[in-house]
Ligand binder design. Structure first.
Ligand code: SF4
Ligand code: ZN
Length: 758
């Protein structure tokens, strides 16, 4: 252990704890001890403090106790002439630093200083639920990550789509290097947390200046421009252990071990390292997260706290490489190596960066080179199964002109037709595979893909076009990704891109016939017309007793798996998470009980659940993990249910927000009256059909009303009440039970005169 690092970390910790105490005294005097303190949308209080000490802090008055604990962890700096192993003291100081940092951030929030104001800044994607995001709150950085986002990333961290996270603190030598580092991380689907500065300049400023989209959608979260805001990364790590590791507040040791073993994270310190950064780094090392610095600092070798080295110095100018960009790339590789992050990356031969981190990217009209589909042109995509000997694997053909002749920001018609062949390929897989185009194409940086079938809309940005991206690359992407992701069923992929007007038209008609045929087939596919449902146990990695039972008329609660997907997944991987459930003898088809589903529920839940009613929320409802798109919950006074969507952060008539409700709905237990569902289940004729069906919905997040307007209109018709959706309240007109009841009376909601729901 280096005395130099110990001295600086201990000094930094002492200073920060003192600063936190002073701020706390001032806040107590000005606001009083009963003032509530909390980060937005989390059920884990102040997460680091809660995880490490077990204190569920809800008011200012509880914080002095936390500060006492922090002070007890402090040590005097090592004396200059005595050598002792300082690691224990350094780690303690690191922990004290974290407790103080979290205290400071929550107090700053009381004063409106968190999330940090940043004039002119807008978070990428405009996701409505973003903590400091677009709820009219532009002009601020992100601040703490909320539980909703934690869950959605959590599942990706668990299933390996996302290998880990990088907490970058400081500023890079140049803007160009900053962008390169972030791109290299995004390319590997590594989540990027940004904070800190060097002499006032932060990597956040650098990325903003270069026009890099920052926000949840691009896997880059700007916490704040000081070192203290890096605490949000550790709050995220702590909550990962609490949520996905099933641990409780106060289990400090196990939370830290969970992170060391399961969360592949590291700290990348860019630029000069001051006392506070050393102290914060010591905090991160407690979690098993190594620190890599691009400046000269003493290294700390392994002692078991982290997997490999604790602190690694890699002075930027000494890195081998032809230029700064290559050095930046090496630096990122070194980080990955030190942390032992496992990377899964499809090799896609395109001239732009490629990875899921680019899926959320938006190409604005002003940045656009050309578009296909949208207002002024049409674009379609169509995949069909063809005999093995008719498909030339890897062949990509462009029939018609390229976009060279199109003026900047112009548009043209395009059809992407894919022939797929494989020994295991089936006609039923066509739509499942075709739906992947969206994810595959969106993975390319500078390409935006929206919609599907004949309402596809694709944009190519100027920067992608300048980098040499052309029509052929759509084919390259599809070819590479289908082989990488669906190699078990697809042996050959051939792509033809039609821009020639006549051919385009002819293929569009062929494609439309196929869409029609599939629609009819899917519509025919009802629960009563099949003799098996499918299980999904994908989420058992973090909700060990939860099973989704997926039927043609009820998709998985995450919205990502419907019956056909499960069937396809089973054929691809017969021992995988989706198994057929033979229905066997019907027990009660109104409520949705079969011998087969009951038997499966018992086995799949390891005995936690005895029976499952497929169509009821009141009796043996299906359990939930944590990734539901919506929560359905009984409002007893209204004789109906409310539906809250994940995007909705407002207060509901149940007196709770989505994130609080999520705590009740998840966890793999049956809770009558509460259920997590996929949003397309809402429009199914089997939606809580045993309890009266869709007419029971008395309140619904406006987000759902708006984003599913057409589908909901069709449901209202089906239920014989075309105005039904307008009779349903939402957060804009009813935030309490009283307001809800008044609304229902006023609008003649049918639930008021239906049979009692229980
Ligand atoms: Fe998880 Fe259910 Fe979705 Fe499967 S269907 S991934 S178990 S939420
Ligand atoms: Zn889940």
């Amino acid at each position: 252990m280096s005395r130099y690092i110990a001295t600086r970390a201990i000094r930094g910790a002492n200073a920060l704890v003192t600063e936190a105490e002073l701020m706390l005294d001032k806040a107590l005097a000005e606001k009083g001890p009963d003032t509530p303190v909390a980060f937005p949308n989390t059920a884990y209080y102040l997460p680091v403090i809660y995880g490490m000490t077990g204190f569920a802090v809800e008011t200012l008055g509880q914080l002095p106790e936390v500060m006492n604990q922090a002070r007890r962890l402090l040590h005097p700096a090592p004396s200059p002439n005595k050598w002792t192993p300082y690691l224990g003291e350094t780690l303690d100081s690191g922990m004290a630093t974290l407790l103080a940092a979290e205290t400071i951030e929550v107090i700053r929030q009381l004063y409106g200083l968190q999330p940090e104001p940043m004039p002119g800044f807008t978070l990428a994607g405009g996701t409505v639920y973003q903590a400091g995001g677009d709820n009219g709150l532009t002009g601020r950085l992100n601040g703490a990550i909320d539980d909703i986002q934690l869950r959605s990333w959590g599942i990706q961290l668990v299933d390996g789509r996302m290998p880990g996270f990088a907490a970058i603190v400081g500023a890079a030598k140049t803007n160009e290097i900053a962008v390169k580092i972030v791109r290299e991380l995004q390319r590997r689907n590594i989540l990027v947390f940004l904070s800190g500065n060097v002499n006032g300049r932060s990597i956040i400023h650098q990325l903003m200046e270069e026009g890099v989209d920052l926000g949840y959608d691009t896997y880059t979260v700007p916490f704040g421009t000081d070192t203290i805001s890096a605490i949000y990364a550790l709050g995220f790590a702590t909550r990962s252990a609490l949520t996905f590791g099933g641990l409780k507040g106060g289990m400090a040791r196990r939370i830290l071990e969970y992170n060391r073993d399961r969360v592949f994270a590291f700290v990348l310190a860019l630029g000069e390292v001051d006392d506070l950064k050393y102290a914060a780094a010591a905090g991160a090392i407690n979690y098993g997260f190594p620190v890599i610095a691009d400046t000269v600092i003493p290294e700390i070798l392994p002692t078991g706290i982290t997997t490999y080295e604790h602190v690694v110095s890699m002075p930027f100018d000494e890195i081998d490489g032809a230029d700064d960009l290559e050095r930046a790339e090496r630096l990122v590789q070194k980080c990955i190596e030190v942390r032992g992050v496992k990377i899964k990356m499809a090799d896609v031969p395109v001239p732009v960066p490629y990875g899921s981190a680019f899926e959320g990217e938006v190409v604005r009209r002003t940045d656009m080179r050309v578009e296909f589909g949208g207002k002024n042109s049409r674009c379609f995509e169509y995949l069909y199964m063809a005999p093995m000997d008719e498909v030339v694997d890897g062949q990509i053909e462009i029939v018609g002109p390229t976009f060279d002749e199109i003026e900047p920001q112009g548009s043209m018609d395009m059809g992407i037709v894919v022939q797929a062949a494989g020994r295991e390929m089936q006609k039923d897989f066509e739509p499942v595979l075709e739906r992947q185009f969206h994810y595959f194409v969106n993975g390319a940086s500078g390409i935006q893909h929206i919609g599907q079938r004949d309402i596809t809309w694709i944009r190519i940005s100027n920067s992608a076009a300048d980098a040499g991206f052309n029509l052929e690359h759509f084919g390259k992407i599809l070819h590479a990704r289908f082989h990488a992701d669906f190699g078990a069923i697809v042996d050959k992929i051939q792509v033809t891109i039609y821009t020639d007007p006549e051919q385009f038209q002819a293929w569009l008609e062929t494609a439309r016939e196929a869409y029609d045929f599939r629609n009819k087939r899917l519509a025919d596919l009802t629960d009563d017309s099949v003799d098996e449902f499918y299980s999904c146990t994908l989420c058992q990695s973090f909700a060990p007793n939860h099973v989704c039972i997926v039927s043609p008329e009820r998709l998985g609660l995450c919205g990502a798996y419907n019956w056909l997907d499960c069937k396809a997944s089973y054929s691809i991987n017969p021992t995988g998470p989706n198994q057929p459930i033979k229905l066997g003898r019907p027990i009660d088809t109104e409520k949705g009980y079969w011998e087969g589903t009951n038997d499966y529920a018992k086995v799949g839940s390891h005995g936690v659940v005895e029976e499952v009613a497929m169509y009821s929320i009141m009796e043996n409802p299906m359990t939930a993990c944590g990734c539901f798109e919506c929560i359905v919950m009984l409002i007893p006074e209204s004789n109906g249910v409310m539906v809250v969507s994940r995007e909705d952060t407002s207060m509901t008539p149940a007196g709770m927000t989505f994130s609080t409700l999520a705590g009740m709905a998840g966890g793999g237990l049956q809770t009558p009256g509460v259920m997590g569902v996929g949003k397309f289940y809402l429009i199914s004729p089997k939606f809580i059909s045993a309890d009266g069906g869709f007419k029971r919905v008395v309140w619904m997040s406006s987000f759902l009303k708006e984003s599913m307007a057409d589908e909901l209109r069709a449901v209202a018709e089906r239920e014989g009440d075309p105005d039904l959706i307008d009779r349903i309240a939402d957060e804009r007109n009813a935030a309490t039970v009283d307001e809800l009841l008044a609304w229902l009376e006023q609008h003649n909601h049918p639930a008021l005169v239906m049979d009692p729901i229980f």
